[in-house]
Design a protein. Structure first.
Length: 88
């Protein structure tokens, strides 16, 4: 589904952390390369300012599902989307 998201967005994703499923987030470029070398196209060198994992949701269906709970709760994400829609 990530590939579908990238195709829909028309650009790559720049995210503050990366990790293999079940592993803790890698927050610096050295750890990202240890975990994901050969699986990703590029790494921004240095350390991420983000100290907590991001929330990942699956919004492909009518019912949105939380894939990974991070700092933001689903309710906060939905509130933000509703506010954005109201401003249109």
């Amino acid at each position: 589904w990530i590939l579908e998201l990238i195709k829909e967005m028309g650009c790559g994703l720049l995210v503050p952390s990366a990790n293999l499923s079940g592993e803790p987030p890698a927050s610096d470029s050295d750890e990202v390369l240890r975990q994901l070398d050969g699986r990703i196209d590029a790494v921004v060198l240095g350390r991420s300012g983000a100290q907590t994992a991001s929330t990942i949701i699956d919004a492909r269906e009518q019912q949105i599902k939380v894939i990974r709970q991070g700092e933001l709760r689903l309710e906060e994400i939905l509130d933000s989307l509703n506010e954005s829609e109201e401003k249109r």
